[in-house]
Design a protein around this ligand. Structure first.
Ligand code: LLP
Length: 428
């Protein structure tokens, strides 16, 4: 297996001056499928999953892939075959899991705004658990389940009021966020749930945010959740499973997130100390299973030097890679063909931007690159929250996607055409 020269990206490395995902050259893939093109390493995804599985070894535990990170069917199929469950947030995601061969009995349904139609469908197929986020949602779920003669398994998402120290848009467990039930309301809400027809309380869950790069907020949240488990059980309501929400952050720039097995070692030892080590445990990692497994290859279209800034205009844009525009997020951008020695001096500092008609359409600020039009660049850490957040803005078709397994590359999604985009539209 490769030793990567790109920090945080195992399985993505230069071989003989050519950037490769596992054993496949990105330049060859770009030639075959054109650009922009997402390329994923299957081994990287499975290794990331294995780190969670290893951390849980010997426990009653379940990993539910938070598929919002990347919901492409092949990726869901890969994780389903590796034994994962799924954390879904819409009826559409439910359809995707079923289409990919995932088992309904390992699906948990999160989200603050589930519709009655979504609830009905999830009850029909028999999902594992609804992660309920408000008192009103409990009442509606109870009514829907009772009207179908079904019992909905429920866990209540607690907002533990813990600061995850991440971007405000992806903090979810603080007072003032729209998510979960306030810590101090939790016991009465559980009592209410236990009194309603058509519901069975099975668990408790929380989620404090995403791209968390330290373990401390998880430990704080866990303490607060365990206090609640004790208080809820003291009311005679048993809690079968404890779900800790999303996974760890990943490498984007100089962040060095803790490893999944370290996270679990510390969480499990706290659980053991507090006497909850034998409970059924769940976690819903998204980003950390897929983020560093993927790159987006893009071609340099034009270089446009100017007095203030040099622009490097590439064929990928904010519709393909929305994270920089949305969260001012950093993604590494590297050449697909390593620079020949002796040419370093020709590098200039560029704003790397896409063709979309907005000044917010940037992929990287102040990047030192030695490029000319026609060169290929790879945008790193593009496996999570890129393709799944891609849009058709400017009537740009969504990219194709390729999955690499060793020296094999498979097209897992064809490039979207303008005709695909217009398929459901009608002229007046
Ligand atoms: N469970 C729940 C209930 C969630 O809301 C999320 C993410 C996860 C699990 C997965 O968290 P992860 O393991 O990926 O950190 N689009 C943003 C990220 C939004 C995350 C929302 N919730 C970004 O690109 O940074």
């Amino acid at each position: 297996m490769n030793t990567s020269d790109l920090p945080g990206h195992p399985f993505i490395a230069y071989q003989d001056g050519q950037l490769c995902v596992e054993g496949v050259r990105l330049a060859d893939l770009a030639r075959e499928h054109s650009t922009p093109l997402f390329v994923y390493s299957q081994a990287s995804m499975l290794a990331a999953l294995a780190a969670y599985q290893k951390g849980f070894a010997g426990r009653k535990a379940q990993i539910c892939y938070a598929m919002k990170a990347n919901s492409s069917l092949s990726i869901l199929q890969l994780f389903a075959q590796a034994g994962c469950g799924f954390d879904i947030v819409s009826g559409g995601e439910l359809e995707r899991v079923l289409a990919a061969g995932g088992s309904p009995s390992k699906i948990i349904f999160s989200g603050v705004g589930k519709t009655r139609t979504e609830m009905r469908h999830a009850l029909e197929v028999g999902i594992q658990c609804f992660n309920v986020e408000s008192e009103e949602e409990l009442d509606v779920l109870s009514a829907v389940a009772a009207s179908m003669g079904k019992v909905a398994p429920v866990s209540i998402r607690v907002n533990p009021n813990v600061d995850p120290k991440t971007h405000p848009y992806i903090s979810t467990g603080l007072k003032g966020n729209k998510f979960g039930v306030a810590h101090e309301r939790t016991v009465p809400v559980y009592q209410h749930a236990a009194s309603l027809p058509g519901l069975k309380v099975v668990g408790i869950d929380c989620h404090i945010g995403s791209q968390i790069t330290t373990i401390a907020p998880y430990l704080d949240a866990m303490d607060r959740v365990l206090d609640l488990v004790a208080a809820i059980e003291a009311q005679g309501i048993p809690i079968e499973h404890i779900d800790f929400g999303g996974g760890l952050g990943i490498h984007y720039e100089d962040t060095q997130p803790p490893k999944a097995d370290d996270l679990w070692q510390q969480l499990l030892s706290k659980l053991d100390t507090r006497g909850y080590g034998q409970r059924h445990l769940m976690i819903e990692p998204g980003r950390s299973l897929v983020g560093n497994a993927g790159v987006c290859i893009t071609e340099v279209l034009y270089l446009k030097p100017s007095e203030q800034k040099n622009f490097c205009i590439v064929d990928a844009a904010m519709n393909d890679l929305p994270r920089p525009a949305m969260y001012q997020a950093f993604h590494g951008i590297v050449p697909v063909q390593a620079q020949a020695t002796g040419t370093e001096g020709a590098a200039l500092t560029y704003e790397v931007v896409g063709p979309v008609c907005e000044s917010g359409d940037w992929l990287g600020h102040d990047r030192d690159l030695n490029v000319k039009s026609g060169d290929l660049l790879a945008v790193l850490s593009a496996g999570a929250y890129c393709m799944s957040m891609a849009s058709n803005y400017n009537t740009r078709g969504r990219s194709a996607e390729v999955m690499v397994d060793g020296s094999q590359a498979k097209l897992i999604r064809e490039r979207e055409t303008a005709a695909d985009q217009m398929l459901r539209e009608k002229l007046i």
